[in-house]
Design a protein. Structure first.
Length: 564
């Protein structure tokens, strides 16, 4: 069979590419895509399935509050991450001030701190019985709460502050990458027209970086919708909190699915807004020569303010919580509890590693199938499979349990009818359910990374391998995997770290009496035992530092010809 290759399309032979029963790559892509989208379809189905008439009760009582609180939280986090992320990215990229080199990677450190962990720490510090208010009462002689005013940490404002401190790196990351990629010629043209650094920033650099900034804000907002630990600990009634309440306390999965379907609308608005913001926008360098970025030196007061701003952000988002956790871990260290935490760490590593491997394998199947077969169908399946990353874990957990519950009931019915044996729950409430949920949730993350690595390999490599008699599988194994090894490892690492921190989905899908580091920290911190949970929380933070190091290295090398 002769092989034909075109520069613009996939490799095809004489046989029609649309033979799914003979093409393992296409079958695999359709299977993975179907599995990934099935929980979302299940949530939609449950939302429109007749059940207990709880919807009217929710609409008349708590639903308006869920909507108002969720919108308020999203608005606050969006504004906070925008201001901090963009300002920090511009300062460390374009300005010169003391500590800039350290802040280039230091501004990413709060990304390693889960929002629920930082919420536990600051509540312990700032609550009425905490050291801050206790010190104020001692200094000024106040005897009770009526003598002074202090902001309430367990509020919408407190949740907004906690989420902003750990989510601004999404905006910082993409804004800095956008600033590094901008043409120096455009900035020089603005300066030659008499505009200073600040006017050039607002009229030239910021509009050019808008697509990346919007994507960063979208990621931050989707993480806000996914958060459960912070809003639960602060008693802030968002949609995620409502889903848990209706499902766990009211034992009504249909009502939980209806709330989840509304939350899906929030996600759809965020995703569509991000795509609309960068519609038909393309930015290219105006010259082939890459010039060094301009350096705006900051002197005296401005330099002090820039250093203080960056240092305070890193200190509040990472430094102070880490120091508090270290102090608590030392003070409350218990060898027996440490061994117990070690077992929970093993559970977390086991689940996260399994999910990382599955997500990478699934991403390779989809990305390579799209590469060699092409077509609108496979591309659409790939887009749908990646949509799970934008869906909150609590929403996906509803769909996962329904799908696996139906599978368990079907298998049990067949085994009872044919063999008189009950299989029980083989998938629901087991490690398989958690692994499946993780796969659906983080497949988009691994798929994007694998596609980026695969896209750097020229199609000529495929044609050369196929002309030597190698099939698609052999070409992937012998040619592509060695070349994209870094991307594959990065994809697996990112999924691993996110799974270690995942809380809402783990709480719902985990087996009975099965703990991970995230669920252990949430349980103990919710019972006001942060000291006992400090060691486990530090373990999660330590694992989260790994992708921060990778991201800082990628950013430093993102501008050709720039010396980091």
């Amino acid at each position: 069979m002769t092989v034909q290759r075109t520069m613009a399309g996939p490799i095809r032979g004489r046989r029609s590419p649309w033979r799914p029963w003979r093409d393992g790559w296409t079958v695999g892509t359709l299977l993975v895509g179907g599995l990934a989208v099935s929980p979302i379809l299940a949530v939609t189905y449950l939302a429109f399935t007749p059940g207990d008439d709880i919807w009217r009760h929710l609409a008349a009582t708590v639903l308006p509050g869920y909507i108002a609180t969720t919108l308020q939280l999203m608005a606050g986090v969006g504004a906070g991450t925008l201001l901090i992320g963009v300002a920090a990215a511009w300062l460390v990229t374009m300005c010169r001030f003391p500590g800039r080199r350290i802040f280039e990677w230091g501004m990413l450190l709060p990304m390693a701190m889960p929002a629920y962990v930082i919420a536990y720490v600051y509540t312990d510090i700032l609550e009425y019985a905490g050291p801050v208010q206790g010190l104020l009462r001692d200094l000024f002689g106040w005897s009770g709460r009526r003598d002074y005013w202090f902001p309430e940490i367990r509020s919408v404002g407190g949740a907004t502050a906690m989420l902003t401190l750990v989510l601004y790196p999404y905006v910082y990351l993409l804004a800095r990458a956008a600033f590094l990629a901008q043409s120096v010629g455009v900035l020089e043209a603005s300066r030659s027209l008499g505009r200073g650094p600040w006017r050039s920033f607002f009229t030239v650099a910021l509009p050019l970086a808008r697509p990346g900034i919007v994507i960063g804000i979208s990621f931050a907002l989707m993480e806000t919708l996914n958060d459960f630990g912070t809003v639960d600990f602060f008693a802030v009634n968002t949609f995620t909190q409502g889903i848990f309440d209706v499902w766990m306390n009211m034992n009504n999965i249909a009502g939980a699915a209806q709330l989840a379907s509304i939350l899906l609308l929030f996600v759809a608005v965020v995703v569509l807004s991000e795509r609309y913001a960068r519609r038909k926008q393309r930015f290219h360098h105006t010259g082939g020569k890459i010039q060094p970025l301009p350096a705006y030196p900051l002197h005296s007061g401005r330099a002090v303010l820039a250093t203080a701003f960056c240092a305070a952000t890193v200190l509040l988002g990472f430094g102070l919580p880490t120091l508090v956790l270290l102090a608590y871990a030392w003070r409350y260290f218990d060898p027996a509890l440490a061994m117990e935490i070690l077992g929970y760490a093993g559970n977390s590593v086991q689940l996260s590693a399994l999910a990382g491997v599955l997500a990478v394998l699934a991403a390779i199947v989809i990305a390579y199938s799209v590469r060699i077969k092409g077509g609108l169908l496979l591309k659409a399946v790939g887009r749908l499979a990646a949509f799970g990353y934008a869906v909150p874990g609590a929403v996906l957990a509803v769909g996962v349990l329904y799908c696996l519950g139906q599978l368990d009931n079907g298998l049990d019915g067949v085994m009872r009818d044919r063999f008189g044996v009950s299989t029980g729950l083989l998938f629901s409430g087991t490690i398989a359910a958690v692994s499946f949920g993780y796969l659906v949730r983080f497949l988009g993350l691994s798929l994007g990374t694998v596609e980026a690595g695969l896209g750097k390999i020229t199609l000529g490599m495929d044609g050369a391998s196929r002309s030597l008699g190698r099939g698609a599988a052999a070409t992937m194994r012998l040619v592509h995997l060695p070349l994209m090894r870094g991307s594959v490892l990065t994809a697996g690492l990112l999924v691993f770290v996110d799974c270690m921190k995942e809380l809402p989905m783990t709480i719902i899908l985990r087996p009975f009496n099965f703990q991970t580091l995230a669920t252990f920290v949430h349980q103990y911190a919710s019972d006001e035992q942060l000291g006992e949970a400090a060691l486990a929380a530090l373990s999660i933070v330590a694992v989260g530092i790994l992708p921060v190091v990778l991201l800082s290295l990628v950013i430093a090398k993102s501008r050709p010809g720039e010396v980091p």
